[in-house]
Write a protein that binds this ligand. Structure first.
Ligand SMILES: CC(C)(COP(=O)(O)OP(=O)(O)OC[C@H]1O[C@@H](n2cnc3c(N)ncnc32)[C@H](O)[C@@H]1OP(=O)(O)O)[C@@H](O)C(=O)NCCC(=O)NCCS
Length: 211
């Protein structure tokens, strides 16, 4: 019996999460989307959500008064996911893990609550992902890597083996992080960058090599 789930965030990423749920359901009916939760939906986002046959069912405060169930956060910003995760968990809601059927997930890959793995992602072996880690379309995560809570890896990025991404790190689209490196908490690796040295916490680096 499919289980109800709410998607928090009615923007583009949230609607891509709806697409991910459809792909999972096409293989095995698993979820029924109860609707989208958004504190300030634009008219355009509302219209687009309705075109998917769904609707915006309220804001965070409102949803948290309802009997708890499964939720997923369709928001690309890791800091926002951290804040929303705290609120939803406090209200007894639980974060679903969503893995696209066209993702390749190896052995001993741990995905924390709320993690999202999109189509074409490859995560090989002995990988540890924390809460609400988002792996976007076709990114690659190498062996023995650790992705702490609220990490975001954008499309086509490559995280090599034995990399440690601390909490809230964002890896931009098509960026590469070379093997054995660490990216400090909250840092952002720009699109197309190649990280060749450890990155301290709270930095934005870009370019080749990334600086
Ligand atoms: C690097 C990034 C985080 C922005 O950093 P920022 O310091 O705020 O950058 P700004 O937009 O203020 O631009 C500052 C300068 O960096 C350059 N720049 C911006 N992004 C860059 C990138 N990825 N690589 C190289 N240079 C970049 C700008 O052209 C600008 O150059 P200038 O000063 O010579 O004009 C952002 O551009 C980025 O790459 N984010 C990743 C986005 C992504 O992957 N999205 C995927 C969505 S699915």
């Amino acid at each position: 019996m499919p289980e109800p789930i709410v998607i928090i965030g009615a923007g583009g990423h949230g609607r891509e999460v709806e697409h991910l749920i459809r792909a999972i359901n096409a293989v095995r009916p698993t979820w029924t989307v109860s609707g989208f939760v958004d504190d300030a939906p634009t008219a355009a986002a509302t219209a687009l959500v309705r075109r998917l046959g769904s609707d915006i069912i309220g804001g965070l405060d409102e949803i948290r008064t309802r009997p708890p169930g499964a939720y997923v956060i369709g928001i690309g910003d890791g800091a926002a996911r951290r804040r929303i995760d705290a609120l939803m968990s406090e209200s007894g809601w639980w974060a679903a893990v969503l893995v696209h059927p066209a993702a390749t997930i190896g052995h001993d890959v741990e995905l924390g609550p709320g993690s999202i793995v999109c189509a074409g992602v490859t995560a090989t072996t002995n990988i540890n992902c924390g809460r609400h880690v988002h792996l976007s379309r076709t990114c690659a995560i190498g062996h023995d890597s650790t992705l702490e809570d609220y990490v975001t890896v954008h499309p086509l990025a490559s995280v090599s083996g034995t990399v440690h991404l601390h909490a809230g790190v964002t890896i931009g689209t098509t960026a590469a992080v070379l093997q054995n490196l660490t990216v400090g908490a909250g840092s952002v690796v720009g699109a197309g960058a190649v990280v060749v040295n450890d990155v301290p916490a709270g930095r934005t680096v870009k370019g080749v090599p990334a600086r």
